[in-house]
Design a protein around this ligand. Sequence first.
Ligand SMILES: *[C@@H]1O[C@H](CO)[C@@H](O)[C@H](O)[C@H]1NC(C)=O
Ligand SMILES: *[C@@H]1O[C@H](CO)[C@@H](O)[C@H](O)[C@H]1NC(C)=O
Ligand SMILES: *[C@@H]1O[C@H](CO)[C@@H](O)[C@H](O)[C@H]1NC(C)=O
Ligand SMILES: *[C@@H]1O[C@H](CO)[C@@H](O)[C@H](O)[C@H]1NC(C)=O
Ligand SMILES: *[C@@H]1O[C@H](CO)[C@@H](O)[C@H](O)[C@H]1NC(C)=O
Length: 498
Amino acid sequence: MGLIAVLVTALCVLTLLDSPPQLPDPPADPPPTPGGVPPGTRSIVAYSWARRLALDYRPSKECDGNGTYGTTLNTFKLADEKWLETIPGQLFLYSAHLDLRVAGYPSLRVIGVKRGPLPTSALFCTVWYEEEDRGRAVSVEALVSTIWLEEWGETVDSYAGILVGCQLPPDAAIEPSKVYVGLEPCHQNASHSLAIKKEASSRGEAGETRRRQFTLCIKGLDFDEDISGKIVAFVELHRILGAELFYFYVLNVHENVLRVLRLYERSNVIRWFNLTLPGDLPNEKVSRRRFLSENIWIKRRMELIPYNHCFYDNLHRSEFVVPIDIDEAIVPSRRKSWHELLLDERIKLGRGFKDFASYAVRNAYFFPELQARNRSDYDTSGDDNSTDIPADFNYLMDTVRTACISPEGDSVKSFVSTRRALTVHNHYALTALNPSTRRAHHFDPEDVLKHHHRACDETHLDCDALMEDVRIDESALRYSNELRRRMRVVFADLRTFA
Ligand SMILES: *[C@@H]1O[C@H](CO)[C@@H](O)[C@H](O)[C@H]1NC(C)=O
Ligand SMILES: *[C@@H]1O[C@H](CO)[C@@H](O)[C@H](O)[C@H]1NC(C)=O
Ligand SMILES: *[C@@H]1O[C@H](CO)[C@@H](O)[C@H](O)[C@H]1NC(C)=O
Ligand SMILES: *[C@@H]1O[C@H](CO)[C@@H](O)[C@H](O)[C@H]1NC(C)=O
Ligand SMILES: *[C@@H]1O[C@H](CO)[C@@H](O)[C@H](O)[C@H]1NC(C)=O
């Protein structure tokens, strides 16, 4: 058994060797200390975090507001999909979020994009509070980190996502309403700033009182063809599995896909956002698509903006966010739902569960080329022949996969903990809030696999070798009847309402 596992892993590594810009695995975790946890480790860990908080702490200073704030406060609304440019050609802000996770250290997290090196002098956050009629502004030095790992290569002259931390005064009784990040402390123009979503009030919204368990994040869709059937299948399968809310980002989609997004938006199943690229990057459909396909590293870095927006927008509202693509599904093999899967893992890891910022599911390819061989399996297994749902959903019900399971860290998709992660990558948590938290724990592939339904890409994979050894995997078929039932309801609604 052990030998087979080694051979299978070796095969996978070999087949993946010549993939061009394959992201490396997260650095290996330090080997476990023999004889269990040495005495004192816990307190050292706690100390190192306290020390980091202390090092990161920046005092804030009151700005003299002379009325400008109060008059402009209610007049400005930041248009969605627009970036707030605060250093011309160099710094573009996307969104701002309140982070109340560390007791006594409230902060703002501003997501943005920088181009090239930022000025060596400090950047400052100007934070506005709305107090009855008048406003109040404070200024604090900004802490900037790049949403990327240095070992993944040069971002020096290019565009890269950044996370800006703005430490808030711990005693502020009210939530800040706007923020600006730029070169000058105490920025004067409150109209030129990002609005901050209210945490306190949103908790009172209908349907928002309970913390969701799973929220899915889907990066900018860019498809001319009508993939509405696929989207419905993707959403409904993942709702069966346990996803409660979906954040979709849109670059360009077919009108029928917009109808699906709008229908789900009305029932609070989907939130969606039009997405643009910042700065002088192209935003006309065709040139943007060409640009992104020719600049794969910029594409990858820009994809992290919606993922991190989705993460921070759900920070206090969802326990996990899951960055995922519409040709993927996270399917447990023994359990029926993600909730049960995570519960098992909590029991298995005990207190160690909380040592990780994300829980990664390993990848298996369900190449469509393989399915033809076994297509008859499920085409006849359906309990009805209704033609009122498109056949698109079938792709998620495929049953033939490569025997090879991608190595840990490669092509995984993760449940990212909103309590423990600081930044998110499409595969796992990129950095953790507490520096002693580890990036990712991998599930046993016997328990769950990420089904990847995509054609084999000869330039990245050794397709012949991968397809030589296949397995029948019917784990997704268990959901087939319920999926059909749900899809029928959605398509009936679409015909009626949209
Ligand atoms: C606003 O504040 C600045 C600096 O604090 C001050 O120089 C200026 O005179 C004030 N303007 C008004 C209209 O009060
Ligand atoms: C303040 O910012 C707004 C929005 O960017 C801009 O239209 C306006 O001209 C700015 N006002 C001043 C005084 O700079
Ligand atoms: C996205 O853009 C389209 C077309 O301009 C618009 O109809 C739609 O309302 C926008 N969506 C959102 C969520 O703002
Ligand atoms: C197709 O699936 C059946 C079981 O459902 C299996 O017996 C058969 O070997 C499969 N065919 C291929 C080519 O894998
Ligand atoms: C589905 O179609 C097949 C052949 O067209 C037919 O034999 C079968 O009875 C149908 N099943 C149902 C449930 O209508």
